[in-house]
Design a protein around this ligand. Structure first.
Ligand SMILES: NC(=O)c1ccc[n+]([C@@H]2O[C@H](COP(=O)([O-])OP(=O)(O)OC[C@H]3O[C@@H](n4cnc5c(N)ncnc54)[C@H](O)[C@@H]3O)[C@@H](O)[C@H]2O)c1
Ligand SMILES: [Fe+2]
Length: 410
């Protein structure tokens, strides 16, 4: 039934409409000095006023940093640290999209240990526990409220960089779908598609030998039974409810289901890891300055088509999770790729990398750079070399996902 499983998670995950209102009492149990990392959009909302009051009511000292920028440039992290160091928070609260949550995680890390931010880039370089973080997402996508990774943009690095460590998992996640009611359709679609990519890429990740120490040596351990369950539940929920949330942003049932799915997909990829769609998004994002979710969403169907020869059984399960009936594994597997493609068309995801602004003469660079994300490349179910990456990128550029499907299975 299950021969191996890994679940790393927040100490508490609170889920449901209205749960944001418990913020003050939850934070007050953890510490008396709260640093809130958010952005100018959320800082100007009535929700922020109410949440701030809930912290004040607990007699807490509160500092709000509202300068978080999308895709999290390092300069913004340093600006936050400038004010946070003298404030000496005992709890760091991230409220916003993945950028604000990742800001809270990196700031909590930097306030806990000496060293420059770049000294923590990579996997397992955080020496121990960091200041407790409360993550409260306002998008349904990244799952950062429960994941062990923070992603940022450093102008000294060509591509965005990650800091991955189980110590970065937020202490408490508060997932209140009402906070996502204000997401416009485009943001709902691209962040939901990012969640779908997390679920599918973790469900189809490589299986690694179950050697003792695997879970100590690696943050992302590959496919495993515990993340599989969460990934499949997320895929089912997104199939039905993501189109509804995009079509009608006020549909709270759909908003709830999509936020639930994004959180579960975060739990899934937080131990299993993601794959080629995430690896190739890094250089695409660097060249086109498009959001993480948009690039991942635009790439997923092509990556699925490329991986298809190695994913008959797993894609058949994906198809069943998407509500597709049938008994022939090969047909079901093909149907999974087609269904994801149709779902993404339905919610308005760009069909090609050209739509994202990529140019034909940039394709070779994208393919070669994507191989640098070795933690993602080695997690992909079909081994990815320059030829493979090139075929995906070329197919994604012209919009021919069937063309990414190289003939021979490995
Ligand atoms: N740590 C992780 O596990 C993880 C996983 C995937 C992606 N990421 C990172 O997360 C970031 C992307 O996060 P994101 O997709 O959530 O977007 P985001 O945080 O970058 O925000 C994008 C925009 O959406 C706005 N926004 C956020 N919530 C809103 C709401 N409720 N209503 C209206 N506007 C709203 C923001 O103000 C911002 O302008 C990237 O930096 C990406 O690399 C992190
Ligand atoms: Fe992602």
């Amino acid at each position: 039934m299950i021969d191996f499983g890994v679940m790393r998670a927040s100490r508490a995950i609170l889920f449901g409409p209205g749960q944001r209102l418990s913020l003050g009492r939850i934070a007050g149990q953890i510490g008396k000095r709260a640093l809130v990392c958010t952005d100018t959009r959320f800082a100007s909302t009535n929700d922020m006023t109410v949440l701030r009051a809930s912290l004040d009511d607990q007699g807490m000292a509160v500092l709000v940093f509202d300068g978080t920028e999308a895709e999290l440039p390092l300069t913004g992290i340093l600006a936050c640290l400038d004010v946070a160091r003298s404030f000496k928070p005992s709890v760091v609260i991230g409220i916003g999209g993945g950028s604000c949550l990742d800001m809270a995680k990196v700031v909590a890390l930097m306030l806990s240990y000496d060293g420059t931010v770049d000294s923590f880039y990579g996997e397992n370089r955080v020496p121990g526990p960091v200041l407790p973080v409360i993550g409260m997402p306002t998008t349904s996508g990244t799952g950062s409220e429960v994941t062990p990774v923070a992603v940022l943009g450093d102008s000294n690095q060509t591509l965005k960089v990650g800091i991955s460590s189980p110590y970065l998992i937020p202490h408490t996640a508060i997932c209140d779908p009402e906070l996502t009611l204000s997401c416009p359709p485009g943001l709902t679609a691209l962040s939901g598609a990012d969640a779908m990519a997390h679920a599918i890429e973790s469900f189809t990740a490589v299986r690694r030998p179950r050697e003792p120490g695997l879970t100590v040596d690696r943050v992302f351990v590959g496919k495993n039974g515990l993340s599989d369950r969460n990934a499949l539940t997320a895929i089912t929920a997104l199939t039905t409810y993501l189109p509804r949330a995009v079509a009608d942003g006020a549909d709270l049932e759909a908003r709830s289901a999509v936020m639930y799915a994004a959180m579960l997909a975060g739990l899934a990829f937080g131990s299993a890891g993601t794959g080629a769609a995430h690896a190739i998004q890094y250089p695409v994002g660097a060249l086109t300055h498009t959001a993480h979710g948009l690039g991942v969403a635009a790439l997923l169907r092509y990556v699925m088509a490329f991986n298809r020869p190695n994913c008959t059984a797993t894609y058949a399960e994906v198809a069943r999770a998407m509500g597709i009936a049938g008994t022939d594994q090969e047909e079901l597997a093909d149907a999974a790729v087609a269904a994801v493609s149709a779902l993404f068309d339905d919610i308005g995801i760009p069909k090609t990398l050209a739509d994202l602004g990529l140019k034909a003469d940039q394709l070779a660079w994208v393919a070669s750079q994507s191989l640098k994300a070795t933690r993602l490349v080695t997690n992909n179910p079909r081994s990815l070399d320059l030829e493979g990456a090139t075929s995906i990128v070329n197919a994604a550029f012209v919009g021919d996902w069937r063309g990414a499907h190289l003939s021979a299975a490995e």
